[in-house]
Design a protein around this ligand. Structure first.
Ligand code: SF4
Length: 233
């Protein structure tokens, strides 16, 4: 049987109901809605990755936000985290515009793809270990199809640790000992891409100054430097 295409994978993904707690939450949020969005129809389903299928830079976040991507249906779109991320990607030359408001806003990514470890909005932004494990199959297949990926930017510790743990499923060998998460930490996945850690642009980090725009820019500049080096993976 021939492998699924990225489009086919995403079409199948958005029908997934494997995690009962997350299915219930994403759908409850979509019915109840936040007052500011009460006139909108929420997506309320798993959120597919977004961007250039030939991307060499892949940004991996945690999960859709309840009133962000779970509302708009596009990864990192419709909340403050996404505003930070796409503004930074625009400054770095990977996004056609700084604004990201919804799937019809005209945003295009070039040489960049944005996805997440878990595809359904979790309560309190905290998926369980079992939910991460369940959703990993989607990520494994998706990253396997992004065959030009040469740099992975992990937003947050959970994405970083999950990518290191899953690396052997793509045939990549993580360094020993495994590096601890920290902003700007890099890991070479032998036989695969360079992994770069970045603090997640959550409001918890951006409001407190733990992550600043120059810090986010520095990670994407570093990603660009790696991409400009010799050869793809
Ligand atoms: S989190 Fe992933 S595995 Fe769980 S229901 Fe959503 S798409 Fe399916």
């Amino acid at each position: 049987m021939s492998p699924r295409t990225l489009d086919r994978l995403n079409a199948d993904l958005i029908t997934c109901r494997r995690c009962p707690r997350l299915v219930a939450w994403r759908e409850q949020v979509a019915v109840e809605r936040r007052a500011a969005f009460r006139d909108e129809t929420y997506w309320g389903r798993p959120v597919a990755g977004f961007g250039d299928p030939d991307a060499r830079l892949v940004v991996v976040g945690l999960a859709p936000a309840a009133h962000g991507a779970n509302r708009t249906g596009r990864m990192f779109t419709g909340d403050r985290s996404g505003e930070w991320l796409y503004r930074a990607l625009h400054r770095a030359g990977f996004a056609s515009q700084a604004e990201s408001t919804g799937p019809d806003d005209g945003l295009r990514l070039a040489d960049c793809y944005v996805t997440a470890v878990v595809r359904c909005a979790p309560p309190a932004n905290r998926p369980s270990a079992a939910e991460v494990a369940s959703c990993s199959d989607w990520l494994v297949e998706e990253l396997g199809l992004l065959s030009r990926a040469a740099v992975l930017v992990a937003l947050g510790g959970l994405a970083f640790d999950t990518l290191l743990r899953l690396a052997p499923r793509w045939g990549w060998v993580p360094p020993r000992p495994r590096p601890a998460f920290g902003h700007g930490v890099e890991a070479d996945l032998a036989g695969g891409p360079r992994l770069i850690a970045c603090y997640h642009p959550s409001q918890q980090n951006t409001f407190t100054g733990r992550l600043t725009e120059p810090m986010l820019d520095a990670v994407l500049t570093r990603a660009g430097e790696v991409l400009a080096g010799p050869g793809d993976r």
